[in-house]
Design a binder for this molecule. Sequence first.
Ligand SMILES: CC(=O)N[C@H]1[C@@H](OP(=O)(O)OP(=O)(O)OC[C@H]2O[C@@H](n3ccc(=O)[nH]c3=O)[C@H](O)[C@@H]2O)O[C@H](CO)[C@@H](O)[C@@H]1O[C@H](C)C(=O)N[C@@H](C)C(=O)N[C@H](CCC(=O)O)C(=O)O
Ligand SMILES: Nc1ncnc2c1ncn2[C@@H]1O[C@H](COP(=O)(O)OP(=O)(O)OP(=O)(O)O)[C@@H](O)[C@H]1O
Ligand SMILES: N[C@H](CCC[C@H](N)C(=O)O)C(=O)O
Ligand SMILES: [Mg+2]
Length: 484
Amino acid sequence: MKLEKILKGVDIAEQTADTGMEIGELKYDSRQVQNGDVFVAITGYETDGHKYIGKAIELGASAIVLEHVPEGGISVPYIRVDSSRRALAQMAANYFDHPADSMTMVGITGTNGKTTTTYLLKTILEAQGHTVGLIGTNQNMIGDEILPTERTTPESFELHKLFAQMRDAGCTHVIMEVSSHSLVLDRVYGIEFTVGAFTNLTQDHLDFHKTMEAYRDAKALLFHQSKTGVTNLDDAAGKFMLEQKACPFLSYGEHEACDLRAADIQLHADSIGFVCESAEGKTEVKLGIPGQFTVYNALCALSCAKALGVSVADAADALHKAHGVKGRVEVVPTNTDYTVLIDYAHSPDGVENVLEAARVFTKGRVIGLFGCGGDRDRTKRPKMGAIAAKLSDYCIVTSDNPRTEKPEAIIEDILEGMKDTKTPYDVIVNRPEAIWHALDIAQTGDTIVLMGKGHETYQEINHVKHHLDEREVVAQYFENKNHK
Ligand SMILES: CC(=O)N[C@H]1[C@@H](OP(=O)(O)OP(=O)(O)OC[C@H]2O[C@@H](n3ccc(=O)[nH]c3=O)[C@H](O)[C@@H]2O)O[C@H](CO)[C@@H](O)[C@@H]1O[C@H](C)C(=O)N[C@@H](C)C(=O)N[C@H](CCC(=O)O)C(=O)O
Ligand SMILES: Nc1ncnc2c1ncn2[C@@H]1O[C@H](COP(=O)(O)OP(=O)(O)OP(=O)(O)O)[C@@H](O)[C@H]1O
Ligand SMILES: N[C@H](CCC[C@H](N)C(=O)O)C(=O)O
Ligand SMILES: [Mg+2]
């Protein structure tokens, strides 16, 4: 590929490269560079890509995209830009021939509910006969094919590469989770979303965004690159999105004059039901995932579908057949007279919602088991502790991806929020042992809610992911018990 093709549309401040030159691939990590590649130096949070320009040249980089020229200059041509992240996103789109432009793009943002909503919408669009690509926390998908992922929203280069795979596989639609990190870090820069949707805003990721306002503003960026917005009017930040008037909106909720409104809500042990009132009239909606929040995820998916031209009736019909999502209020088979749930609640709001959902159908005690992630927002820890203690009858505090922090120190932060609780609790640092303890104490009618890991099948400690699948931990408990 010629350099000029890959640089099309990039905002260039200065360049010394001959744009007619042939280049290899596009790389933003010096360790991946091969002969002839263009290396994009990114100023990061952990380190600075500009420090590795020499290394990239040693490995054969033929041109460098950079924000500032290192002292002493460099021995290969360079292209200086104001923002390397934006340049990378534009160049990635060029490199893969703008795959996003030939598909209908849907982006979903918000603190909770993104993953669940993307799956619901995928089900709806597939029922319309579309081939759908999905990008998100659990996995990426092309139709039924599963592609593993490391991130909720990948880096721009990987994103456009995925879009190209999806386009080549005949996808007509892409539904993706758009994390606040990805909006701030320009991973989705330049993508035009046919529909951008907002679920809700509650505390998370303050290690990165610092304030709730900055976090909200990051989410709001999505609507500056969306043709139509979908927003939750029962959420204060959802109203804020609408008020910014960055694009026309379709609204959903329970209490306000929303375009799609849920009435007559029914919460069951394994499902929800409601009547969706819209310009189309009243439509019965039933979905086999429990929890009040499922009503919102269903409304969000129905609204996105509506914005894409699918009638509420057709969309609701498809939702009747929708499956649950791995690790989201997932029931673990145990063959006992108590219930074990695996859920991805990892914020104060998520914990509150899933414990309230469990309360609705639990006849005995709600036993809440959780930890908090290391190297993530520390201020959410005591809040998660307080809310878990308030809404559980028994708590087990354990570990959840300590990463580079000491698990005991994370637990100390959680316990700060549980100082005054009367709810009995145990601290068991080792998560499998904690789960076995929960199973040991469970009685008839209880519900054990395993929070935070969801679909994850690992425990990340000091950059190493150790295998840990909660489904297997539960199964092993019963195998052991039967052999005793
Ligand atoms: C805060 C954050 O999101 N950071 C991301 C960001 O890192 P960064 O800009 O700080 O990069 P850095 O490590 O300082 O390195 C700077 C540059 O030097 C390069 N480098 C580095 C070393 C070297 O030897 N050579 C070299 O060229 C790096 O490739 C990079 O381009 O860009 C990197 C490259 O894409 C990402 O790997 C990294 O994600 C980190 C690992 C991360 O954990 N991100 C999480 C928090 C995240 O993004 N989460 C969201 C939401 C989660 C959810 O709620 O679902 C997500 O979308 O997944
Ligand atoms: N609409 C919602 N409102 C509040 N809580 C929700 C909602 N939907 C799901 N939850 C709770 O939040 C957890 C995470 O849900 P989900 O994975 O769908 O969200 P997400 O936005 O994709 O999260 P992440 O930011 O980690 O990707 C669920 O396991 C559940 O406990
Ligand atoms: N994807 C989110 C949630 C992870 C949930 C929990 N398992 C944790 O590690 O905190 C994150 O990386 O912050
Ligand atoms: Mg997600």
